[in-house]
Design a protein around this ligand. Sequence first.
Ligand SMILES: Cc1ncc(COP(=O)(O)O)c(C=O)c1O
Length: 416
Amino acid sequence: MNGEPAILGGPKAVSFDYSMLRERSGREAERAVLAAMRQGRLSAHRISDLLAELEAGFAARQRAKHALSFNSCTSSLFAAMFAIGLRPGDELIVPAYGYHAAVHPILYTGAIPVFCDVEPTSFSLDTEQVVARITDRTRGIVDINMWGIPGDLRRLREIADAHDLYLIEDASRGLGGTVGDNAIGSIGHIGCFSFSTGKVISASEGGILVTDDDVLYSRALSIGHPVFREPADRQYVAFSDTALGVKHNIHPLSVCIASAKLKELQKRSLQCGENYASFLRALDGLPFLRTMKTKPADRRGAWSGIAFSYDSRALGLSTQLFAEALRAEGCRVKMEYESNILYRGNALRNAHLFFETPTIGPPGPFPVTETIGKELLVAEGVVSYSIPIDELADAYGHAVEKVASAAAAIGRQYSE
Ligand SMILES: Cc1ncc(COP(=O)(O)O)c(C=O)c1O
């Protein structure tokens, strides 16, 4: 039934038209963009009503006191690092595995990222390791949500509160998810989200920060948002005209798209959740694959990628060869980017060309992160927010079975 694997000349298991998964703007976003263009509402001044609606809507969705939009999540993370008042020599505990945008901005403050290993179930920070890395120079903890699966965010908040530290969540891939009753991104003191490509609210470019804290909000505003909004803490009114010289405002047309998509967030998250469940069903129960699941009381954030760990010992095929065989079947599968193993990142290791302070804290070991580099396979952009993809998930399941049952033959062919 399984047939010859495609890597050995057989037919492909996946004949899906991937262009079906491409993000298309909905009617409402199109109408809003066209209206803004036709009415000449192409400056933040002229679009301030929609901007206020987006920020208020997002804050309400996250049950946060403030939401502040940005031109990217990267900018919102940059603002978060300044907002918490980092000073040269301070330390911030960050995951060894994650996305660079949550770490690089730390360097601009003169503070030092101290890497910490992640837990194998969510790839979020390992809470025990975090405690072990706290020193009298530690000012905060950054958690990064990579696969929509929430980590132990409540425990991280407890640790932060007990040691008088800030918890910043990079929740870019966790929007729509929950830990118990709390929204991912609203458990820390600051949560940052992205509206760039591939996100559940993708508005071409953009980001947003949430916080309950008036001072943190006012400081994030002061870094890069000249005019329009009032700081909640009057001390920061001096920055209302000019900010501190960088410009972080979201593009007006991105505001139109993000506002329209925010209204669909619930629907899009549910579809994404159902589609992720279809993949889990298709890939579950195989002794050589481990998929990522949420705890029963939590909900996965809406993120279009899936990750699964592959045990090369069970089939006798290297991770590279297994991935190649799946790609031959038509699956969009690759090994995790080397740059997401953050302490190995080229930019970070060469940051001394720009910064004088040490750019990385004490070295590992980071055993879980090291396994990610060897075993994690990722399929990006396959879990649609808008259409059911059971057929695609079944085809991936079939592709995996084909490769597994022909593993010996594939191994023989490729070792010759
Ligand atoms: C986890 C994570 N954090 C931060 C970012 C940065 O977002 P942006 O491109 O909006 O700056 C991304 C972008 O893909 C991301 O995946």
